[in-house]
Design a binder for this molecule. Structure first.
Ligand SMILES: Cc1cc2nc3c(=O)[nH]c(=O)nc-3n(C[C@H](O)[C@H](O)[C@H](O)COP(=O)(O)O)c2cc1C
Length: 325
């Protein structure tokens, strides 16, 4: 299935696994790349640039296909060693970087000089246009449905994607709410050149997370996510649990005076306990509304093969019948 995205990244299918904290280890990225998509190691899950370099080496031992690294730029009082991470990516001969969060402009010259393709993940047309103007090769356009940080505009993909298609010259993938062949065909119809999935890839055999996390996604419906940290303009879509209810109660009671310190217990440093130890009430963790479309835990290859087969069936049968005049 050739699109501008498969051509840009040298992959078989236009399916990307978005960076995911404490999920995007080498095992996850390699499984997706081996199945014909583009897998991404999550840079900041590795606590130091040396550990990231090691994770890149491990991934290369597991796949000879292209894979990438996600670098998330978050506002922080003590910023991570971004120059060190960029160096580990370049020295590791990684060919694709997914940037997310703040404007990645500062890091583009070094990445591009090393021949690295940059796809910037953003939640609005204006940010995607900015990414295009500063020289990003592609964009990942994340709608309001998405797991993680949907931004503050709340525009769902049925509007956001065609708006992006109208404005962007660089290729982009649809992100947020994508699960199956229907999603892929819809994404292509709305003007995207592929799709990015987060939550769907967690519920796979190879995802290196505790079984409780996979089971929680399968059990969840599309009604089970909540938006937290909106008062801090750092909105995150998470799966509801006791910690999230507690957090939302603090947001309600503290109102405009809410500070990050008030909710630190529910959001800071909680991922290892959830993803690795399976303590599902330990805090707030990102999950998309798409959980409502996920009811099994296939291998990554089964998932991707099924998506492609379903997409072709829709295009060649259902849509072809509609167009037979
Ligand atoms: C558990 C989890 C952790 C995530 N961590 C990150 C992250 O560290 N950096 C990032 O750019 N996006 C992160 N995301 C967002 C995903 O890369 C992707 O954009 C999003 O999941 C797409 O929406 P979907 O879940 O509906 O497929 C995370 C998503 C999930 C579900």
């Amino acid at each position: 299935m050739k699109t501008r995205i498969t051509e840009l990244f040298g992959i078989q299918y236009p399916i990307i696994q978005g960076g995911m904290h404490y999920v995007g280890f080498a095992e996850m990225a390699a499984a997706v790349s081996n199945a014909g998509g583009l897998g991404l190691i999550t840079g900041l899950t590795q606590r130091t640039p040396d550990l990231l370099a090691n994770e890149i080496r491990r991934c290369r031992e597991m796949t000879d296909k292209p894979f990438g690294v996600n670098l998330t730029f978050l506002p922080s009082l003590t910023p991570p060693d971004y120059p060190g991470y960029v160096r580990a990516i370049i020295d590791g001969d990684v060919k694709v970087v997914e940037t997310a969060g703040n404007n990645p402009q500062k890091w583009l010259p070094a990445l591009r000089e090393a021949g690295i393709k940059v796809i910037h993940k953003c939640t609005s047309v204006r940010h995607a246009l900015k990414a295009e103007s500063i020289g990003c090769d592609a964009a990942s356009v994340d709608g309001f449905e998405c797991g993680g940080h949907p931004g503050e505009d709340d525009v769902p993909n049925f509007i956001l994607l065609p708006r992006a298609a109208d404005e962007l010259k660089i290729p982009f993938v649809a992100s947020g709410g994508m699960a199956d062949g229907r999603s892929l065909v819809a994404a292509l119809s709305l003007g995207a050149d592929g799709m990015n999935m987060g939550t769907r890839f967690i519920a796979t055999q190879e995802a290196p997370v505790h079984d409780n996390v996979k089971r929680a996604i399968v059990a969840a419906s599309e009604l089970d996510t909540r938006l937290v940290m909106r008062p801090l303009r750092n909105t995150e879509r998470v799966l509801k649990n006791a910690a999230v209810e507690r957090l939302l109660e603090k947001e309600r009671s503290l109102g405009a005076s809410l500070k990050f310190e008030d909710i630190i217990g529910e959001v800071a440093g909680v991922y290892p306990a959830i993803m690795q130890d399976g303590q599902m009430e330990a805090g707030a963790w990102s999950c998309g509304m798409v959980a409502g479309l996920i009811d099994d835990i296939p291998t990554v290859k089964e998932l991707i093969d099924r998506i492609i087969a379903q997409a072709y069936a829709i295009i060649d049968e259902r849509l072809a019948r509609l167009s037979a005049r």
